[in-house]
Design a protein around this ligand. Sequence first.
Ligand SMILES: [Zn+2]
Ligand SMILES: [Zn+2]
Length: 655
Amino acid sequence: MEVADGVSVADVANRIGSGLARAAVAARLNGKLVDLSTFLGPDGPYDLEILTDKSDQALSILRHSTGHIMAAAVRRLYGNVKFGIGPAIENGFYYDFDLPQRLTDEDLAKIEAEMARIVKEAAPFVREEVPLDVAEALMRSAGQDYKLELLREIAAAGAAAGEDVAQADARPAPEADQRVSLYRTADFVDLCRGPHVPHAGKVPAFKLLTVAGSYWRGDSTRPMLQRIYGTAFFSKKALDEHLARLEEAKKRDHRRIGKDLDLFSFHDEGPGFAFMHPAGMIVLNEMLEFWRRIHREAGYVEIRTPTILSEALWHRSGHWDNYREAMYFTEIDKATYAVKPMNCPGGLLVYLNRPHSYRELPIRMAELGLVHRHEKSGVLHGLLRVRQFTQDDAHIYCLPEQLQDEVIGVITLVDRIYRTFGFTDVRVELSTRPEHSIGTDEMWEHATGALRGALGARQMTYKVNEGEGAFYAPKIDYHIRDCLGRSWQCGTIQVDLAMPERFNLTYVGEDNREHRPAMIHRAILGSIERFLGILIEHYGGNFPLWLAPVQAAVLPVSDRFNAYAGGVMQALGAANLRAELDDSSDKVGAKIRRAALGKIPYMLIVGEKEAAAGTVSVRDKAAGDLGALSVEAFVGRAREEVETKRLRPQAQGPA
Ligand SMILES: [Zn+2]
Ligand SMILES: [Zn+2]
């Protein structure tokens, strides 16, 4: 389309059609996201894409814009506010505020009402580009210390890079005159690169969710701000569906279920380090027993390497240069040691311990390795984000020509493990060579070809992330989707091109000479603690029988039947079933409620009739009453459910 100089993106949308103009939210101009009000200058041709409410990008622009509206409302209501940052995040947005009073749920309702007024006013988002010093003067006079800090960083980055980092404008800003963009909504002025919706009236459905403390920049030595989380959608219906999912997620929050079922806890004495309780250990150990068995079957051997290893090793592995910030250090005999953040260097020492012949390869060496990685305190989140966890790691050393088959083997294993836990909606991504990388073209082609070939052989559909591999490895990543539709990155398969060189790995070939083996790193569950957290939420605490901490509750209807119940307990114990006897003096109704709250899969109720007939009345938490079964019949049924690792119906979707 040919347009006159000075025509805006909105004008172009209008010329294409009034429907498009109405649905337009923002645009992508020469690859950059811009406002609809952006003018097309004389420097065409332009590559222009109008983003409507159908695009994910538009949704995140809507949400971010709603963050500005929230900030404007907070400013109107509370006056003396210092503003932090307010980005869009997955599923919503937040804004950080520094204000004297503590915000409560009533405040959220008040802020929502004020936001609704701003939406009704259809307050425009007005973009203004000003020199950095003008923005600084404005923020200083407004007492906006956090914005001043951001401006100082922009200035420093701009000076270093010689370019304007804050700009999203299609035209480059003139050099030396560093400019930043400000956006005005109602009477709130924010430092922001944009883009935004053209006016507040474009926000059809929003909701504020929670307020939580949050350190400025996630740093516990900086001030604690108040972060309000909210979300926005293009329709009321989409918002309502999302809120229903959130409600379900809240019920399934692993931290809450972990407490209710006494699975684990966290303490100030070890921030980010989980304390696993007896019930939690039962689940973890069952997971690991299964994991070990299936790995043995797949030809893996298991090793264990030390948690603390000398600093020199981490220099050699490259972790010192690339990963030091996330590592913990300690001292032994006046020498520095590191607490391992990864298992590979230790594993490599095991491989290097003696020479290897081509006949031994592939060697599949697994390690359930306890690693420590520093995370800022602000991002710790129950079991899902911890500082200490067990990786279900393995390293495969093989002949270069075995690489593809080995990857196929890993893919098969991943598939089997995820299915067993009930994850069938799995997304796979292949990340290829990044711009900055080590190794030759030939090495990359061979490694990436093996990954592609393996995915092809297993007829997997996958997305390619061009150039997003690690600098030393192309990789396959797995994302599993839980029953609430949330996606979790868990498994990874990487072909390492660096470590075999750095550690001078060799094997003796058929020709009696030394050669370099190929090396695969892979994890399937990722962190077993995190995977447990995901499982708890996926199952809503209703574990399949094989994982349930208590598999059956034996409930005598009165203490006259405690002796018979004791016999049932013995039979269950002999069949290696985990059972609990409730011989309290409570009424059976209370016992049933308690067992239900404990999410125990089976309740076995015993009274006069059962004691006389040698039966139990079975209530399945998922399927309801099963009637009376002989003790042997129940044991057989339960054993079969355990051995086949059958999933319970609760795992299929929200209740
Ligand atoms: Zn903004
Ligand atoms: Zn590794």
